[in-house]
Design a protein around this ligand. Structure first.
Ligand code: HXC
Length: 527
């Protein structure tokens, strides 16, 4: 600045310096400007900063790299700069616990990912790793910043690499709150949980136009990769949320069940252990007819504190249920066959869904509860040709390698290979309970009788009567838990109403469990 009296330049005073900072802060907070913010709101979407306000405890957000700008000079970008470069990054608290966050700002270059945008995300990821806290990404982006070419692709790869290194070390959550297309989908895909917002978010590797060109299929973005497609059909997303506020609520809720990192434990909630833990309703929940369905979620509700179950993958592979409960204040991961859907059979989708969930819980020290009512694996060419052998093996592998406390309750059927797979004693479960009506056998009585007494039945005067006689004999022998209990494969046969009490005591007993895998680089789970 030129001095009016002496004709020489002087430095600005402190108040001017502070005013400059204020101007810059105000500019950064504007994002892409009021018109683009309005356009964002008109689509029913919040801005990057509004989302963070909802997500984080009030006043806890500390922004990092607010003034970072892109370095690209091509295609007019030398004249267009926005402070922050389309992503808001930093750290804050959720329910008083540290988290790292990034929130893409669609109002700046469509939230597209430039080299510097990627650097900001990577910096936050590195901090999350060093300090052992979850990272949450709020994605709303047109993908790679087209003007930047390979620099942007490199930026994505830097993120993917960090996602992979962080996997199993810190929890990583991804919310999709707008477009997420092309290779950009692979960052969320590596993270632990994906949330999508119905109607305003989509994910796909190639969009509808490319699909039309290559396969001649006509499909809308919503049908191809909206929340419904990915929560029901592909299983890519774990939570489909009615709107952004609900999505953010789900994220907070999920965080309450998981620890800060793999060395940490989930905080135990206060719980009065002197309560009456009997749940008489469980004594009447199983229908008299073993072929009639019931809702395993009702069992979960009875076993959980306050009946609360945070279900993961609610609409995908409904024949198995996965999710989190608290039992006497302790966070527990639940896997249960669902007799109400496909009789609770294990198929490709159910196996993969449960395997991934078990591995998450084991990575992050969350004890497991496995509720078993399974008639076996689903037969058929569709299942075989789509890899039920490999997929079923994933679940078997996931349980077998899990070292967290593992409890099993067989509520009714446990047939065939599925008995082994569903956290049996043989693959390392800590305590296995069975209800009095449990049936533990190689297969159902009808199928078994037809195979092993085939000749005798065929030679009988009344084959139907003979078949029934053999079914009854097989049922008497195996349609109970006592054969397994005699062998010690079942540790205790319990009344259903006592289950919660037994679980509380067992988890307490296992609280200091120490178990580890043989030394290795990493296992080779059948992918
Ligand atoms: C630069 C982009 C951009 C991008 C959007 N914008 N995407 N700028 N690079 N990838 C800009 C637009 O020019 C526009 O700028 C503003 O963001 C808003 O975009 P609109 O098109 O007006 O918004 P909308 O109609 O809502 O459409 C959103 C959209 C569309 C569907 C995302 O913008 C779109 O198709 N973008 C390109 C998507 C894409 O092909 N990306 C590359 C994918 S491949 P103004 O100034 O007008 O506001 C990829 C590879 C990753 O990402 C590989 C990793 C390994």
């Amino acid at each position: 600045m030129k001095s009016p009296t002496k004709g020489i330049y002087t430095l600005p005073g402190n108040s001017e310096k502070q005013a400059l900072l204020e101007r810059k802060n105000a500019e950064a907070l504007q994002g892409g400007g009021p018109l683009r913010v309005q356009a964002q709101h008109d689509k029913g979407k919040l801005t990057a900063r509004e989302r963070l306000e909802l997500l984080l405890d009030e006043g806890s957000f500390q922004e990092i790299d607010r003034f970072k700008m892109h370095r690209c000079k091509d295609f007019g970008l030398d004249k267009e700069y926005y402070l922050g470069d389309g992503v808001v990054t930093g750290y804050g608290e959720i329910h008083g616990r540290l988290v790292y966050v990034y929130s893409q700002d669609f109002t700046v270059f469509g939230g597209s990912l430039s080299e510097t945008h990627a650097e900001k995300i990577c910096k936050i990821m590195d901090m999350a790793m060093k300090n052992g806290a979850p990272i949450i990404g709020l994605n709303d982006s047109g993908g790679a910043r087209i003007q930047e070419g390979v620099n942007s692709l490199g930026g994505y790869a830097d993120i993917f690499y960090r996602n992979t290194r962080a996997s199993g070390v810190i929890p990583q959550l991804s919310a999709i709150m707008g477009p997420c297309a092309g290779g950009a989908v692979y960052s969320p895909a590596i993270t632990d949980f994906i949330f999508m917002v119905e109607g305003t978010s989509y994910m796909f590797v190639t969009g509808p136009n490319v699909v039309k060109t290559v396969t001649q299929e006509n499909v809308s973005a919503e049908d191809l990769g909206g929340a419904s497609a990915h929560s029901v059909k592909s299983g890519v997303t774990h939570f489909s949320c009615g709107n952004e506020a609900i999505c953010i609520q789900h994220i907070k809720s999920l965080l309450s069940y998981i620890p800060q990192n793999c060395e940490d434990e989930v905080p135990l909630l206060d719980y009065d252990l002197g309560q009456n833990e009997l749940r008489p309703k469980l004594d009447t929940i199983i229908p008299d007819n073993p072929n009639h369905p019931y809702d395993m979620k009702m069992v979960v509700a009875e076993l959980a504190d306050n009946g609360t179950f945070l279900e993961v993958h609610q609409k995908f592979a409904e024949n198995i249920i996965t999710g989190f409960v608290r039992i006497a204040g302790r966070s527990i991961g639940v896997v249960g066959n669902q007799p109400q859907s496909l009789a609770g059979v294990l198929d490709n989708d159910a196996s993969v869904k449960a395997a991934r969930f078990v591995r998450f819980c084991d990575s992050f020290n969350i004890p497991l509860l496995v509720l078993v009512d399974v008639p076996g694996f689903l037969p058929g060419t569709d299942q075989e040709w789509n890899g039920i052998i490999t997929n079923g093996a994933k679940l078997l592998y996931a349980f077998s390698e899990a070292t967290v406390p593992r409890l099993t309750v067989i509520t009714r059927k446990a047939y065939g290979g599925a008995y082994d797979v569903m956290n049996s004693k043989h693959i390392g479960a800590d305590l296995n309970f069975a209800w009095p009506g449990a049936e533990i056998a190689v297969m159902g009585a009808q199928g078994a009788a037809q195979i092993i007494f085939k000749k005798e039945i065929a030679a009988a005067d009344d084959p139907q009567e003979k078949l029934q006689e053999k079914i009854d004999a097989y049922t008497r022998k195996f349609a109970n838990p006592y054969k397994a209990a005699h062998r010690g494969y079942i540790d205790e046969v319990i009344k259903p109403s006592e289950t919660r009490e037994k679980l509380i005591k067992a988890y307490k007993m296992l609280a200091n469990k120490v178990d580890s895998l043989p030394r290795k680089k990493h296992g080779n789970i059948p992918l």
